[in-house]
Design a protein. Structure first.
Length: 394
């Protein structure tokens, strides 16, 4: 949009300069050649500025720009000698427009003031014998220059604001993409934690089966060997050994059934505190944030409360990173009388007005289903906090 407006202004300037050149040449036909030559220099200078100097983003109000404006103003002064209808003053207005649109505020204002004083000198030389016209012309000229300056100053201001908005939108888009990627990484990390912890617990159960059942079977073998040796010597003692072996076999079968039942129903597959530790470790690793923790691992927390705590931790950390730009969290899990207390605070942006989304509403509902209390607290610039209390026993 900005480039389109600038292109339109450039085309209009070329059109106006061409019309003025032709009008000046026709009004002073005897000097038309030199008038056209001088206007062509002005057009060339304008072209150099527009397409070679201003297009360079690193260009400042330097010597080259000063030189082009000095050349244009000196040529305009030379044109005054041949200008019958004061058309060259339009060229000065175009210079004011050009500097206001392309230079900084101080530089454009300085050039405009100098052009006005030069214009006053020209008017004085032309109308020094007619003071009323001279005064009217000077006052009219200051009004014209002021209007031109204000119009193009506002246009330039709009360009600057649009540039700031475009840059801000790009930054916001980039940050949102980064947060989405981070959130995705957190979900993947959580999935990995579940898999790793489940595998760890299954290995633990397998080791337990190996240790308990293996030991039991070893004992049974020993009892059977003893009963074989005692079969011909002491039948009562041999029978006792066989009964002991039978008891050991039953115990081994019960241990196997118990372990299989655990795996089948999914009970106690995930070690709760181990899962918390693994999630925190993976989150810090993948998102470069810090989670300080104070967890009382002596509490026996029932399964539903474990699920609420784990989902609240994940939701709170994800929200803090995505929406609050948080870099550090404080997690506390402790017992107060007969209640579980969960606290999660971050150092994010915070907000004076909080509108709970789906995640926070779902979290609140789950807590209240367990007859617990859920609250949040946030202030602008002071981070965000989630506070949960639930009964220790289901």
């Amino acid at each position: 949009m900005e480039n389109k407006i600038k292109n339109i202004i450039t085309i209009m300037n070329y059109f106006v300069l061409t019309i003025i050149m032709l009008a000046s040449a026709i009004s002073n036909i005897s000097h038309s050649t030199i008038i056209i030559f001088l206007y062509l220099i002005i057009l060339s200078s304008y072209t150099i500025k527009t397409y070679f100097i201003y297009n360079n983003k690193k260009t400042t109000f330097n010597f080259i720009i000063i030189l082009t404006y000095v050349i244009e103003i000196l040529i305009t002064l030379a044109l005054q000698y041949y200008d019958v209808y004061l058309l060259s003053f339009i060229v000065l207005c175009l210079i004011v427009e050009d500097v206001t649109l392309n230079l900084n505020k101080k530089a454009s204002l300085l050039v405009t003031i100098n052009i006005y004083f030069i214009s006053c000198i020209i008017l004085f030389l032309k109308f020094k014998n007619n003071k009323p016209i001279l005064i009217k012309s000077i006052l009219l000229l200051i009004l014209v220059y002021f209007i031109v300056y204000i119009i193009f100053f506002l246009i330039n201001y709009l360009f600057e604001q649009n540039e700031i908005i475009d840059k801000s939108l790009k930054d916001i888009t980039i940050k949102n993409l980064e947060k989405d990627i981070l959130y995705k990484n957190l979900k993947e990390a959580y999935s990995k934690v579940e898999s790793i912890t489940a595998l760890r617990e299954r290995n633990k159960i397998a080791a337990e089966i190996h240790d308990t059942v293996g030991h039991t079977l070893t004992t049974v073998l020993v009892e059977l060997e003893a009963s074989k040796r005692l079969m011909n010597k002491d039948k009562d003692k041999a029978l006792e050994k066989l009964n002991l072996a039978q008891g050991q076999v039953r115990k081994g079968l019960n241990d196997i059934r118990s372990s299989v039942r655990i795996l089948e129903k999914g009970q106690d597959v995930l070690d709760f505190y181990g899962s918390l530790e693994a999630f925190i470790e993976n989150t810090e690793k993948h998102s470069e944030i810090i989670i300080k923790k104070d967890i009382n691992k002596d509490m026996k927390i029932h399964k539903k409360a474990q699920q609420v705590i784990f989902s609240s931790l994940m939701e709170g950390v994800s929200n803090g990173i995505r929406h609050g730009n948080s870099t550090a969290f404080l997690l506390k899990l402790y017992k107060e009388k007969d209640r579980i207390c969960f606290l999660l605070e971050d150092n994010g942006l915070g907000s004076s007005v909080v509108s709970p989304g789906f995640g926070l509403r779902a979290m609140k509902n789950r807590v209240e289903e367990l007859k617990g209390k859920f609250s949040i607290n946030s202030k602008e610039g002071e981070g965000f906090g989630i506070y949960i209390t639930m009964p220790l026993n289901e």
